[in-house]
Design a protein around this ligand. Sequence first.
Ligand SMILES: NC(=O)c1ccc[n+]([C@@H]2O[C@H](COP(=O)([O-])OP(=O)(O)OC[C@H]3O[C@@H](n4cnc5c(N)ncnc54)[C@H](OP(=O)(O)O)[C@@H]3O)[C@@H](O)[C@H]2O)c1
Length: 284
Amino acid sequence: MPYSDQPTVAPSGVAIPLLGFGTWQLEAEDARRMVHEALRIGYRHIDTAWIYKNEKAVGDGIADAVAEGIVAREEIFVTTKIWVEHFHRDALLRQAEESAISLGLTPDLLLLHWPKPIPSLEETISALNEAQEQGFTKHIGLSNFPSALFRQAAALSTAPLVTNQVEYHPYLSQKTLIETARELGSSITAWSPLAQGRIADDAVIGAIAKVHGKTNGQVVLRWIIQQGVIAIPRTARESRAAENFDIFDFELSADEMARIHALARPDGRIGDWLDEAFQWDQDA
Ligand SMILES: NC(=O)c1ccc[n+]([C@@H]2O[C@H](COP(=O)([O-])OP(=O)(O)OC[C@H]3O[C@@H](n4cnc5c(N)ncnc54)[C@H](OP(=O)(O)O)[C@@H]3O)[C@@H](O)[C@H]2O)c1
């Protein structure tokens, strides 16, 4: 069965495992070790990017797991991203090819990493479509696009934009963007789902975790996937990779979900790198 029997979302019919493994800041040796370990544990979705400088190591970790018979290539959903310096057509196609070569496979999903005003969205979206047509990726999508730009990009694209990967955790509301994704038939992927570890000491989350016999991290990841949003936590520790995967055997009540939603605050954003030509959604 593709992606084992873990839950998926299927924007435009493209099945994506709701829980993935993030690799930002994992240097080559850790990236190869942790990707292999994540696949051994059961993760079937791996997230990387050209700018993380670890695509080759991520590809090696996947190849190790495939060679050991842990998993088949077709059972893994692999995402990478086009860096902002490569948004002109020729540069985008060059990087798309380079990323596929570094990974040693055709990624399932290729995202535009952050929106930028130059070159035009028309040129970049058209080039992203071309990358897919030329076989450098199976599917395409976005990252860090506010709703207005998300809509423009979707209107310009021939192929469906299957996700918009954005910062999302209990301290940052993404209500508007989640509704926009739903309207567009796309999906949201939550980066920094654990607020880079800040959720570990949260008393509200801790109280809910105690009721379920789970950790704060597990409760937060469950809260995200229970909304139909994809979560891609990162860790350099094998024990935490296993902890973060162990979220499929419990459910949060509507009241518990609401208590975590209520933790969102106006200054909750951690990673702000949006070009000043654009604006985040107002609830974000
Ligand atoms: N598209 C974008 O612009 C963008 C931006 C940022 C990130 N991302 C993607 O999203 C992924 C996740 O985001 P992130 O790496 O920023 O942050 P994150 O997953 O929210 O947090 C990672 C941090 O939390 C710690 N941690 C892991 N599991 C934990 C747990 N159960 N309890 C407490 N702490 C825990 C890790 O430490 P240890 O390693 O010590 O366990 C690490 O320091 C990235 O790796 C990357 O793939 C994308």
